[in-house]
Write a protein that binds this ligand. Structure first.
Ligand SMILES: C[S@@+](CC[C@H](N)C(=O)[O-])C[C@H]1O[C@@H](n2cnc3c(N)ncnc32)[C@H](O)[C@@H]1O
Length: 338
């Protein structure tokens, strides 16, 4: 089980923690802790599709966002500190007076610093450690709440310009405040004669899609597939300038499950190569499989990957033939024909 979920479960087991009213869980993940809320109204906020689907499979109500008031808010920390602060601020604003905020944070996600920040926000917290995580909690008392801090954390988690670009993104999105160097390298090698109907897998905030649309005017239709809903929202804004000339489709979708489109003329992608904190070549392989399955015969896939990741065998196994276009800065850019 996710260590933050295990630590939360242990905390709930060992503390006679009382709460009333509806429960709102930010970045919820499946775990035994959910059983402790049987009979209560629980709303899970989750914008990452695989986790949202896993929660829905347990019969829990899952939403990508909610302004609903709550008596108990739980925040799962993420690797983006600004996103966790944003969720703590959202929780503090949505809690009833006297309601509780509980945060579960792995030590290597900066639990100790997050605890200090949460104490500043609420005017004090208590803390519990387990499974290399901290669980800290406090009650909302309007008289003690630092509203200036809350307002600045709310702003910090919203959509904002990416420095040096005319794109927007927000914490919680991959490489949210800069262009990823792997994507930048792939963009250098995208041709200017892509045409017809294509897809961008793991499209993020739309950098590759926008680059290819700006370069290839014969693209009539483009499907963006992305598991992180916050990224897709940003991509919609970043591609708005093409909405009248290109048929754009934004899919909140787990690419490892395959694609609901076929006979694509081209696919571009910078696939994820980490599941959590571990390198996971299986993810990239699943992306390559999805791409090659959905291309028409003769269609092309352009992708960038970490240089050391072994994808060539997967490509051959799917009857694709590949060519390395570049190997630089720890990355390789490949073109694959179906
Ligand atoms: C290396 S990033 C590239 C993002 C974007 N193309 C860019 O250039 O900035 C990989 C993207 O895949 C998304 N992703 C991770 N797992 C996914 C999955 N199972 N299905 C779809 N997208 C996924 C991540 O959220 C992330 O946006």
């Amino acid at each position: 089980m996710n260590p933050q979920a295990s630590a939360l479960d242990k905390f709930l087991d060992q503390h006679a923690f009382q709460s009333e009213g509806d429960i709102l869980i930010f970045r919820a993940v499946p775990g035994d802790y959910l059983r402790r809320f049987a009979g209560r109204t629980v709303l899970c906020r989750q914008t990452y599709k695989p986790d949202a689907e896993a929660l829905a499979g347990l019969g829990v109500e899952v939403v990508t966002d909610s302004d609903a008031p709550a008596g108990l808010c739980i925040v799962f920390a993420t690797k983006h500190k600004e996103e966790t602060l944003y969720h703590m601020a959202r929780a503090a604003s949505q809690l009833h007076e006297g309601g509780s905020l509980v945060v579960t944070a792995a030590n290597d996600l900066g639990a100790s610093s997050l605890e200090k920040r949460c104490a500043e926000l609420l005017g004090g917290v208590q803390s519990f450690s387990k499974h290399k995580c901290r669980v800290f909690w406090g009650a909302k008392a309007s008289a003690r709440l630092d509203r200036a801090l809350m307002a600045s954390w709310l702003r910090g988690g919203e959509l904002q310009p990416i420095p040096g670009t005319d794109l927007v993104s927000r914490p919680g999105v991959f490489s949210w405040n800069r262009i990823d160097p792997g994507s930048r390298l792939l963009a250098e090698y995208l041709p200017d004669d892509l045409a017809g109907c294509g897809a961008d897998l793991g499209a993020g905030y739309g950098y590759l899609s926008r680059t290819l649309l700006a370069r290839s005017s014969a693209v009539a239709e483009l499907h963006l597939f992305e598991a992180e809903h916050k990224a897709l929202e940003a991509a919609r804004l970043n591609l708005a300038g093409f909405a009248s000339s290109v048929r754009l489709h934004f899919h909140w979708h787990d690419v490892t499950a395959g694609l609901p489109v076929e006979r694509l003329d081209f696919v571009v992608m910078n696939p994820p190569f980490h599941a959590g904190r571990d390198a996971e070549p299986g993810l990239g392989r699943a992306f390559i499989r999805a791409a090659l399955t959905s291309l028409r015969p003769g269609g092309c896939l352009y992708f960038v990957a970490n240089r050391h990741l072994p994808y060539e065998e997967t490509i051959r196994g799917l009857a694709g033939s590949g060519k390395t276009l570049a190997e630089r800065e720890g990355y390789k850019v490949m073109k694959v024909w179906k």
